[in-house]
Design a protein around this ligand. Structure first.
Ligand code: NAP
Length: 219
């Protein structure tokens, strides 16, 4: 399959690129600084583009079947985070013009401000307030995608990310803002980035989560 990866220089994005190449896909890595990606492969094209510009993205999306986005923007206490919504508006605009209609993107557990009430004390009262500006803009991006009818999107929501390669562990999934156990409490708090990449790529041939947000964790 022909896929374009946004955020390809990031920690999860690099796992997506390497696993996609291992699986035989033809990959366009859309980056702002090609020097940051040192992977070389016959099936990999690295292109420079502005993720906030339809015109900049459009030529790189032509002929691509699926966009996979692992973009991330830093938290800010002094101003709102806007990168998730602004980039997604440009990305979906470019997808429309280039006639690409599938995107798999990632946000996080607890993007909904009303979620997280069952999470452990430290997560609820320390971590979530610290990253709220990021979660808020992720949630706004998710709301934006809800209003997009003509594109088959999937939002993958992982918990805390660890820099671990892909494993053979089974995934637990839930259409919501965390993966709860039978009493409604989250079943864990972390996942390896390699496994997030593995889950995202498993959706290339699976329409189960189209137009849905899915929280994931490994068993
Ligand atoms: N940390 C956690 O525990 C956690 C948990 C759940 C979800 N998440 C979310 O999961 C996503 C992936 O996380 P990660 O740790 O893999 O991300 P990361 O390593 O920080 O990578 C972020 C990617 O976004 C790109 N990017 C940022 N601003 C850009 C811009 N203005 N123009 C072009 N590219 C830009 C970066 O490009 P450069 O390399 O050029 O900077 C990089 O490729 C993020 O949205 C993160 O918030 C994180």
């Amino acid at each position: 399959m022909k896929i374009a990866v946004l955020g390809a220089t990031g920690q999860t994005g690099q796992f997506v690129v390497s696993q996609a190449l291992q699986q035989g896909h033809i990959v366009t890595a859309v980056v702002r600084d090609p020097a940051k990606l040192d992977v070389r492969h016959d099936n990999l094209k690295v292109v420079e583009a502005n993720i906030f510009s339809v015109d900049s993205l459009k030529p790189h999306f032509r002929g691509v079947e699926v966009i996979v986005s692992c973009l991330g923007f830093p938290t800010s206490f002094f101003s709102s985070v806007t990168g998730y919504t602004l980039s997604m508006m440009a990305v979906t605009g470019a997808m429309r013009e280039a006639r690409v209609n599938r995107i798999i993107t990632m946000t996080s557990w607890y993007t909904d401000p009303n979620s997280g009430t069952q999470s452990p004390y430290l997560i609820r009262f320390l971590l979530l307030p610290m990253i709220r500006s990021v979660l808020t803009n992720m949630f706004e991006m998710e709301q934006f995608l809800q209003s997009v009818d003509d594109i088959n999107w999937t939002v993958v929501r992982p918990p805390g990310l660890k820099n671990l390669p892909s494993s053979a562990l089974e995934f637990l999934t839930h259409e919501g803002y965390c993966v709860p156990d039978s009493s409604g409490r989250p079943v864990g708090s972390t996942i390896g980035r390699g496994d997030v990449a593995r889950f995202m790529l498993s959706l290339l041939n699976n329409n189960a989560w189209v137009k849905k947000g899915v929280a994931i964790i490994t068993k």
